[in-house]
Design a protein. Structure first.
Length: 96
């Protein structure tokens, strides 16, 4: 009997699905939606507090969704929104 060969695309799809399941389980432990989880990860990886526009570009999520997720995270006191010291028109998102 010949060994079966797994196609790379299939293996990638399986790995992606398993990662997604692990992330959903971890996010759920903390009462977070997947979008909230990924925004928090993006804020953590960014280092310097980004603006919401920066998050839109980096996360490839539309602006209204980022705004809504940030507002929810702010209500839960997981992030803080502060005015940019150099540009008063811009707000920066800080992890708490």
């Amino acid at each position: 009997m010949l060994p079966t060969q797994e196609y790379p695309g299939l293996l990638i799809a399986i790995a992606r699905r398993r990662i997604k399941q692990a992330v959903l389980a971890r996010a759920a432990q903390h009462g977070l939606s997947p979008q909230q989880f990924w925004i928090l990860v993006g804020l953590h990886e960014r280092g310097a507090p980004p603006s919401q526009g920066d998050l839109v570009e980096r996360m490839h999520i539309d602006a209204p969704t980022v705004s809504r997720v940030i507002a929810t995270l702010a209500r839960r006191r997981l992030v803080r929104i502060a005015q940019d010291a150099q540009d008063r028109r811009r707000a920066r998102v800080h992890l708490t």
